[in-house]
Design a protein around this ligand. Structure first.
Ligand code: KG4
Ligand code: ZN
Length: 339
């Protein structure tokens, strides 16, 4: 059936999500059931608990997405599912659900790389994604700097050697006693702070190096808090948050701009949960404007994990002739470009 409707399914971490997207760009319905409340008391995602909740939620969430879109499974042209990277037990739930629906309805199925999904989130509000471009995907699990010469082709020009940027936010927030996920909490605290108050180190700052490292920053931030505690000194939390956040934003933006210049692209694209940070967006916007480049980033609700982005990436893959079969399996460490 040529309806142009894709059912997207996403269960790679702690969100059970399903969406119906038309022609890869028009979001008809988008249901995200977050497990944040459940994992908050542990300070991070507990994989075993996440997969159990996905199992309970997956079919109700898919049904809700179909109901909200006022369509039935029969109307769907293709089923797209994130099969990696992520937590293997979580991914398996989405993959098994997608395969069983595809088998029952004899619809085609397309496996999607979750990171590719984050990039395609930029298609969901009518933006024109036009390679060649450089894209920075910054989430809780990834910090990847990509050159995209053509749609569907990815060259990883830099990635984190240790923690992901979102992970650094989450770990420092946890030490501050802030709830998971830490990024939005630190962003809120930082609004009242001075980003120049404390100088935190930037990792791998040498020219021409597009890799990232956040473990030194994390250690420096934790040391700062410990030393203050030992000396019985008060920490100015907004200043601390603003300075810490700035150390991340500064190095991300510096490398993104250097990559845009080196590869001579006109478009710069942000994706992933950390791209929801408005201080980051605004600073990248300023730097991009100064260079006469164009910046794209998804609306905040499509930055964090959702299934509409998976449906979009899946639809474009499907149109390019790509199909998965029933041997599709979860791949925890799937890399962009892997088949
Ligand atoms: O893309 P995402 O929802 O899940 C992964 O694929 O990891 O990203 C979640 C990450 C978390 O680490 C969270 O702290 C971070 O994105 N994040 C933010 C903000 N919103 C979410 N980090 C900084 N500022 C934000 N406003
Ligand atoms: Zn993600």
């Amino acid at each position: 059936m040529k309806s142009g409707l894709t059912l997207g399914i996403e269960t790679s971490c702690d969100e059970t999500a399903a969406a119906i997207v038309k022609d890869g760009t028009e979001v008809i319905s988008n249901v995200v059931l977050s497990q944040i409340d459940i994992h908050q008391k542990y300070g991070g995602v507990v994989p075993e608990i996440a997969s159990r909740h996905h199992i309970e939620a997956i079919f109700p969430v898919i049904n809700e997405a179909l109901d909200k879109a006022n369509v039935s499974l029969e109307d769907i042209e293709v089923i797209a599912v994130a099969y990696g990277p992520g937590l293997v037990g979580s991914l398996l739930v989405g993959v098994a659900a997608a395969k069983s629906l595809a088998f029952a309805t004899q619809k085609p199925i397309v496996g999607v790389n979750h990171i590719e999904g984050h990039i395609y989130a930029n298609f969901l509000d009518g933006q024109s994604v036009t390679p060649p471009l450089v894209c920075l995907t910054v989430s809780g699990g990834h910090t990847d700097l990509l050159l995209i010469p053509r749609l569907g082709e990815y060259e990883i020009i830099g990635r984190t050697r240790d923690d992901a940027a979102g992970e650094a936010f989450d770990k420092v927030a946890r030490v501050l006693g802030l709830p998971y996920p830490g990024g939005p909490q630190i962003e809120k605290l930082a609004l009242e702070g001075n980003k120049g108050a404390i100088h935190f180190p930037r990792g791998l700052q040498e020219h021409g190096n597009f890799d990232f490292s956040f473990s030194g920053l994390k250690t420096a931030a934790l040391n700062y808090l410990n030393q203050a505690k030992q000396k019985d000194e008060m920490v100015d939390l907004p200043d601390f948050a603003a300075s810490f956040q700035w150390a991340i934003i500064d190095i991300l933006t510096e490398k993104l701009m250097a990559a845009a210049e080196k590869y001579g692209v006109n478009q710069v694209v942000l994706s992933g949960g950390v791209a929801a940070n408005s201080t980051f967006r605004n600073y990248v916007q300023k730097c991009v404007d100064e260079r006469g480049l164009e910046l794209l980033y998804p609306p905040v609700h499509f930055c964090t994990d959702n299934a509409a982005m998976i449906a979009s990436a899946g639809y474009f893959r499907y149109n390019a002739g790509y199909r998965s079969d029933y041997s599709l399996n979860a791949v925890a460490n799937l890399r962009l470009g892997d088949k």
